[in-house]
Ligand binder design. Structure first.
Ligand code: ATP
Length: 205
């Protein structure tokens, strides 16, 4: 298994406040890592840093990494097809019809992306991930808004990506059928300057 990413003693900040410190992480080809931690613990923050959107990022060339966040990177005024063709151009890839089929976008291809439902937008955003051809997928709560069938298809795609030598780090609050995944509890990296969350401690005064 080749090493795709090695992070040592990383500090992750949001608006200059340290959220996580001492993060160590190795990602080899074929690995799937699920980030666990309660709301506000820093899963998105870590994924953003790994994607090169933080200040202290080490690791792969960014062309090897694709990040799917909450905003899905969709251009609302372009149609679904135009979004896909735009991304195919950005990633210098041919637009594989199998991707359109896999995410059930065929019937939506002429619709402006701004008029998609939340789950349809999510499917379009995830199609970009597959289209990118990147080895490392960084997925922030990718199943949010997806129905059961779409979730199952995404899980199968992640497993297939890993079986073909890719790797994935994802955050999720639900249990996905990925028995090969390793769990990374990020609360162990909580920065010491972080205040306790009153909702978690039960202290509402
Ligand atoms: N834009 C921002 N500026 C400043 N602080 C932020 C910003 N976004 C998030 N934070 C703070 O950073 C901390 C970590 O947030 P983050 O979104 O990484 O958590 P999370 O584990 O992904 O949470 P969730 O499970 O709710 O999605 C939280 O305390 C949050 O309030």
């Amino acid at each position: 298994m080749s090493l795709l990413m090695k992070i040592e003693s990383l500090t992750c900040r949001r608006a200059s406040t340290p959220i996580l410190q001492g993060v160590n992480l190795e990602l080899h080809s074929g690995m799937i890592t699920v980030l666990r931690g309660p709301n506000g613990s820093g899963k998105t923050t870590l994924l953003r840093h790994l994607a090169g959107l933080g200040s202290d990022t080490q690791g792969l060339d960014t062309e090897e990494i694709v990040f799917s966040g909450h905003l899905d990177a969709i251009k609302a005024t372009l149609t679904v097809g135009e979004n896909l063709r735009f991304w195919a151009g950005v990633y210098s890839k041919a637009l594989d019809p199998a991707i359109i089929e896999n995410f059930e976008l065929s019937d939506l291809i002429e619709r402006p992306a701004g008029r998609l439902s939340a789950g349809q937008k999510r499917r379009l955003g995830l199609a970009r991930v597959v289209l990118s051809g990147a080895k490392v997928w960084l997925l922030d709560e990718p199943t949010v808004s997806l129905d059961t069938a779409s979730t199952d298809r995404l899980v199968a795609l992640i497993a297939d990506h890993s079986a073909r030598g890719g790797a994935c780090i994802l955050s999720t609050h639900i249990d996905l059928a990925l028995p090969q995944a390793q769990i990374l509890d990020i609360t162990q990296f909580k920065a010491s300057s972080q205040e306790a969350d009153p909702f978690l401690s039960g202290d509402f005064t």
